[in-house]
Design a protein around this ligand. Structure first.
Ligand SMILES: [Zn+2]
Length: 256
């Protein structure tokens, strides 16, 4: 008889079960940083992984997008002033990122943005008339009011990129890996195309928390990397592109 559960122990078990159910979403939110690019933590679920990520599914100006409908044209040229920076490269588990020393800027119509870092996606996140490129470089900037501006450069396979070769040589091959080799400098400008005409639109971060109000500038002309260089990145990071999001009649402006 003493093995039979008492009414009190049943109630305790029931309460504990309820508490477990109630606390489960909190635990899930606590694991918000565990987002990824496939399965239950993949892009389709980012908005549910954390309340801080809700805009990933409720937003109306999410990135990336397919650039195909151009509604306006005529923009000032981008003034890009990227200095050489000591190579500081990290593998954050989602991408390979090069952190930039202060002093490099992108200026558009007198609004100046400071370059913070650049990182890579493969395949490209934004698409051009429905086409993915093999990679996309994102130069992430912030202005003095905290507004984010991204300059995106498509990468097509072709000739190897000497700048990528230098970075890949020090690419940490595991999450949270870092490299800061002595006497190695990189120039963001070495990853820019010769023609700097671009498309501009408003979007979001392409990773959680998917914050909106990001000014996007996508270069029309791609740079090149060898197929081996693309494969080297994929071997370490894997595919890391968020699928294209609804444009919702977003205004896309052509610089020309
Ligand atoms: Zn990015």
């Amino acid at each position: 008889m003493d093995k039979m559960p008492t009414r009190k122990s049943l109630m305790t078990a029931l309460i504990l079960t309820c508490m477990a159910w109630v606390s489960a979403p909190e635990q899930a939110w606590g694991e918000a940083s565990h987002w990824g690019y496939s399965g239950k933590n993949g892009p389709a679920h980012w908005g549910d992984l954390s309340k801080e990520h809700a805009v990933c599914k409720t937003g109306f100006q999410q990135s990336p997008i397919d650039i195909s409908q151009i509604q306006q044209s005529g923009l000032a040229a981008l003034e890009i002033d990227y200095r050489a920076t000591p190579l500081r490269v990290i593998n954050n588990g989602h991408t390979i990122q090069v952190n930039y020393a202060p002093g490099s800027t992108m200026t558009l119509s007198r609004r100046q943005y400071d370059l913070l870092q650049f990182h890579f996606h493969s395949p490209s996140e934004n698409t051009l008339n429905g086409r993915h490129f093999d990679m996309e470089v994102h130069f992430v900037h912030k202005d003095t009011e905290g507004r984010l501006g991204v300059l995106a450069v498509f990468v097509d396979t072709g000739d190897p990129s000497p700048a990528l070769a230098k970075i890949w040589q020090h690419m940490p091959n595991h999450a949270d890996g870092k490299a800061a080799p002595a006497d190695v400098a990189v120039r963001g400008g070495d990853l820019l195309p010769s023609s700097q005409s671009y498309y501009r639109f408003v979007g979001s971060l392409t990773t959680p928390p998917c914050s909106e109000g990001v000014q996007w500038h996508v270069m029309k002309q791609p740079i090149t990397a060898s197929p081996e260089q693309v494969d080297q990145f994929l071997a370490v990071i894997g595919a890391n592109n968020r699928p294209v999001q609804k444009s919702n009649n977003r205004l896309v402006i052509d610089s020309e």
